[in-house]
Ligand binder design. Structure first.
Ligand code: PLP
Length: 424
């Protein structure tokens, strides 16, 4: 019998209850992106004309035909539990998509449909990592990856990338950091927060390194696959020679199809691993929303890479990206790399650290700079520290061009104050 560990108690005399929490919860950090989003929402509610460029969701509505499929699902009584792994209809449609668009072959029993790509990611991490394993995460990273590793009692191993190298992982650095405890490498392309897209040749080099280590698996987060700007192209990691057997591919509907609220994503991989993820899924949540799944079938029916509807949205994102890149290049002391995908600009504003503006106080890091911009310009951005890079801030351009134009004007004004301030 396992030794009983006496939990630490935290007695609240007001309610006469032990309010202690599990060590698991205590090991996980709350999301910093959510903190600033909440602060901006509270300001908006109080009537402050705040411009929110902090959220990770498209400003477009779910395509009408897709929304209609969800409404029809309700009307037609498609409102009961689906199979745990998702409806056969949706899983078949996903297999077709993965074959046609990504060149990776799966059967429906190698797919688990989840409540968003986020759930797929955490299922994958929990299914394959043992306590003490290492999860290799290139930084800047999607905020949840390190916390997901911690949830599995694994250790996140953060590998920095450089803005001068388009925030892409150096395969030599990867090779030097792999140990016998390395279990999972997380690749995110197109990337949140940097907008980097991994070229096929670089992924091939990474795959060659991975192939030397039988314990090392790859979790490929392809959530932004369709939001990509030519000439950049998307390559699925599992399509590379020898990688299918060790790759779990995660994708979803939130980003490309503007379906964040429908909570629909999926993972695909070798049956052994996917069955394990399905087992966890069955105990956590079971099958995703039946209504969202019908909408998902409709979304995949829009055509190759989402067809005309998605390409129209991508065209708008591209115009906004071009505007922001041009505008920020004109600002003193800004370093940036032109994103090739997703809808974020990750700019290095660290040259403004160490300065003080009009009695506001010294600004030393990305969090303080974002707070300053929120307070003085009423524009909400996300500090790079949330993504593992304190020299940068993330600007989401999932907003209309006029809104972005107004935001840039406001940001410029408050940065000029900092620029003219002496270094403290
Ligand atoms: C890189 C990345 N992966 C996964 C997700 C989760 O998306 P979903 O809404 O499908 O859970 C996000 C959301 O911001 C993301 O940026």
């Amino acid at each position: 019998m396992a030794a009983l560990v006496k939990p630490e108690s935290n007695f609240d005399p007001n309610v006469n209850i032990d309010i202690s929490l599990s060590p698991l919860v205590n090991s996980v950090k709350p999301s910093k992106t959510i903190a600033i989003i909440d602060q901006a929402a509270a300001l908006a509610l109080a009537g402050v004309p705040v411009i929110r460029l902090s959220t990770g969701e498209s400003d477009f509505d779910t395509p009408a035909v897709v929304a209609e499929a969800g409404i029809n699902a309700i009307r037609e009584g498609y409102t009961r539990y689906t199979p745990n792994a998702g409806s056969t209809e949706l899983r078949k449609a996903i297999c077709h998509k993965l074959k046609e668009e990504n060149g990776i072959g799966y059967t429906p029993d190698q797919i688990v449909v989840c409540n968003g790509a986020k759930e797929s990611l955490v299922q994958a991490v929990l299914a394959v990592c043992s306590p003490g394993d290492e999860v290799i995460i290139p930084s800047p990273f999607y905020v949840s990856y390190p916390e997901m590793a911690r949830l599995a009692d694994a250790t996140p191993v953060i590998l920095p990338t450089q803005i001068t190298n388009n925030f892409l992982l150096d395969p030599k650095l990867l090779e030097s950091k792999i140990t016998e405890r390395s279990r999972l490498l997380i690749v995110c392309s197109p990337s949140n927060p940097t907008g980097s897209v991994y070229p096929k040749e670089l992924l091939q080099e990474i795959a060659q390194t991975v192939a030397k280590h039988p314990r090392l698996l790859v979790l490929s987060d392809e959530s932004y696959e369709h939001i990509i700007y030519a000439p950049a192209t998307h390559t699925s990691f599992a399509s590379l020679p020898g990688m299918w057997d060790r790759t779990l591919t995660v994708n979803g509907f939130s980003k490309a199809f503007a379906m964040t609220g429908w909570r629909l994503g999926y993972l695909a991989g070798p049956k052994h691993f996917v069955t394990a993820c399905g087992k966890l899924h069955s105990q956590f949540t079971s099958g995703a929303s039946s209504i969202a799944q019908k909408a998902g079938v409709s979304a995949l029916g829009l055509g190759y890479a989402g067809g005309k509807i998605v390409s129209t949205m991508v065209k708008a994102f591209r115009e906004r990206r071009d505007f922001l890149v041009k505008s920020f290049r004109e600002i003193n002391g800004v370093k940036l790399f032109e994103p090739q995908g997703a809808f974020y600009l990750f700019v290095d504003l660290s040259s403004y650290y160490g300065r003080e503006a009009e009695g506001y106080g010294k600004i030393d890091n990305s969090e303080e700079l974002c707070q300053y911009i929120l307070d003085k310009a009423q524009v909400a951005l996300v500090p790079g520290s949330a993504f593992g890079d304190d020299s940068c801030i993330r600007i989401s351009y999932a907003e209309s061009l006029p809104t972005l134009q107004a935001a840039v004007e406001r940001i410029k004004k408050v940065l000029i104050h900092l620029n003219t301030a002496a270094l403290v």
